[in-house]
Design a protein around this ligand. Structure first.
Ligand SMILES: [Zn+2]
Length: 110
């Protein structure tokens, strides 16, 4: 959900045009894959530097392709969560020879 201060921005023509151009660019590069996992197709355009009431009117942040990332819903939802969750990513699982998920145990957490 867009935050209240960002609603006008996301509804505006500048963002719509920027978003469309960015997606077209990603599709030209790799068919529009999620830039995080590169497994699923992108679903939404995410701002790497999160928008705030202070920077939303700065096109170098809000409309710069350098600050954008095309992400699938799973990756985006994970990022939208809390910064604490990003740390948990370090303990994501790996896969054994048969493709079964195996959790990685981090020694420092024992
Ligand atoms: Zn993804």
């Amino acid at each position: 959900m867009a935050k209240e201060f960002a609603r006008a921005f996301y509804d505006g023509m500048s963002w719509r045009r920027c978003r469309k151009a960015y997606i077209a660019e990603r599709i030209a590069i790799d068919g529009g894959l999620c830039e995080q996992c590169r497994e699923r197709l992108g679903y939404m355009v995410h701002h790497k530097i999160p928008l705030t009431p202070e920077n939303i009117n700065d096109p170098l942040i809000s409309l710069s392709h350098d600050n954008l990332e095309y992400e699938c819903k799973e990756c985006h939802d994970r990022e939208e969560g809390h910064f604490i969750k990003q740390r948990e990513n370090r303990s994501r699982c790996t896969f054994d020879a048969e493709g079964n998920p195996v959790p990685i145990i981090l020694r420092e957490e024992e």
